[in-house]
Design a protein around this ligand. Structure first.
Ligand SMILES: Nc1ncnc2c1ncn2[C@@H]1O[C@H](COP(=O)(O)OP(=O)(O)OP(=O)(O)O)[C@@H](O)[C@H]1O
Ligand code: SF4
Ligand SMILES: [Mg+2]
Length: 360
């Protein structure tokens, strides 16, 4: 039997502003099993970070949050700050895009790792914490950790700093790591090193992972399941194979369009035109409709619910998802150029055969 370590249900976040209410997250739900890795993918503004911050209890006080976030069965929404800070770090650790938001510029990195260790393990002595900090730096692939332990964040490169943040995240053996665009600011080679460090952190701690990214190439290699977000909602979710080989939502097809299919001869980039709707004034009906090549009148009536779309746990929010069976990105969207870096990463990570091919 699998055991959920994190369960998010009906999560809704609204921000009252002078211009009206921003409906940033609209009924997001997911279950994360122990040790599992979930990728959350979507364009800028789709609500990925707000969802993560709501889980961590880190939203500004003005945010209106509803729904449920249970960590190991305990409801986190509405919990006291003291209890939440206990969960943060030890139970759920978060890694942000910019390591400088997590690191303190005035302290050496080893001091900061030791501080995290001592906060949650009062019995640990300072010397033990320093030794463990050196170990952790070595684990995340920092060369000469005995020396680097005394370095300040500004003496390190961006990739090194992000590895320090991963070391801090794994310091207290968390059950869940939430990484919000951990590699976005880094170049491709350094990205790969940081993702390797994240894999090591998972292997060492057994932590489940929520990996937030706009890059489908990253989720292909590093997660088991994927949730695609659009306009504050999950619009498709399933295994990596479901999402890559049998997508059932035109938006997912559009995202995949920026990755040429390995099972086709042609390599095409098929971008989605237009931009996401304003979360201040969402029209009725499907929020993807203004950009959807399959849109028809029925799409403007009711917002499509997330419903089963084939395989076990594969859900999609499209009134016409059945019509996408066997459809590839290139057939739905306009063709353009190719993103060779994403292709190379995907080619390394993706399974060679599609499940459909295996079945034949
Ligand atoms: N404090 C806030 N007040 C008002 N609106 C906010 C606030 N924080 C976020 N939003 C809005 O909520 C929506 C979702 O933002 P979020 O940061 O979750 O997007 P994202 O998917 O993480 O995008 P990105 O890929 O750019 O990081 C956006 O429209 C954003 O402007
Ligand atoms: S419901 Fe209609 S507009 Fe929305 S994704 Fe499906 S086909 Fe496109
Ligand atoms: Mg974000």
């Amino acid at each position: 039997m699998t055991e959920s370590v994190l369960e998010v249900d009906g999560l809704t976040v609204e921000f009252p502003t002078e211009d009206g209410t921003v409906r940033a997250v609209r009924g997001v739900g997911y279950r994360l099993e122990r040790g599992e890795a979930l990728g959350i993918v979507g364009e800028s503004g789709s609500g990925k970070s707000v969802t993560a911050l709501a889980v961590m209890g880190l939203l500004p006080a003005t945010a209106r949050v509803r729904g449920s976030v249970r960590f190991e069965g305990e409801e986190l929404l509405g919990l006291s700050d003291a209890r939440l800070s206990d969960v943060r770090g030890k139970g759920i650790a978060m890694i942000f895009q910019d390591p400088m938001t997590s690191l303190n510029p005035v302290h050496p990195v080893g001091y900061q790792i030791a501080e995290t260790l001592l906060r949650h393990n009062p019995d640990l002595k300072a010397r033990g914490a320093r030794a463990r900090a050196v170990d952790l730096l070595g684990t995340v692939g920092i060369p000469s950790p005995e020396r680097r332990v005394d370095a300040y964040p500004h003496e390190m490169s961006g990739g090194m700093r992000q590895r320090v943040v991963i070391a801090i995240a794994m310091a207290n053996d968390p059950d869940v790591i939430i990484a919000d665009e951990p590699t976005t600011a880094l170049d491709v080679t350094v990205q790969a090193q940081v993702l390797d460090a994240l894999e090591t952190a998972r292997a060492e701690t057994g932590a489940a992972l929520v990996l937030i990214t706009h890059d489908l190439g990253v989720v292909a290699g590093h997660t088991d399941r994927v949730a695609v977000m659009y306009a504050g909602r999950m619009v498709e979710t399933g295994s990596v194979e479901d999402i890559f080989y049998t997508p059932r939502m035109p938006y997912t097809l559009g995202l995949l369009g920026s990755l040429p299919r390995l099972d086709r001869e042609e390599a095409r980039l098929t971008p989605i035109t237009g931009s996401p709707p304003s979360l201040l004034h969402l029209p009725p009906g499907c929020p993807f409709a203004p950009r959807c090549p399959l849109r028809r009148d029925a799409c403007d009536g009711a917002e499509p619910p997330l419903r089963p779309a084939g395989g076990d746990g594969h859900l999609s929010a499209c009134h016409f998802s059945e019509e996408l069976v066997g459809t590839g990105a290139g057939e739905v969207f306009e063709a353009a150029g190719a993103d060779s870096a994403a292709l190379a990463r995907f080619a390394e990570a993706a399974p060679v055969n599609t499940p459909e091919e295996d079945a034949v």
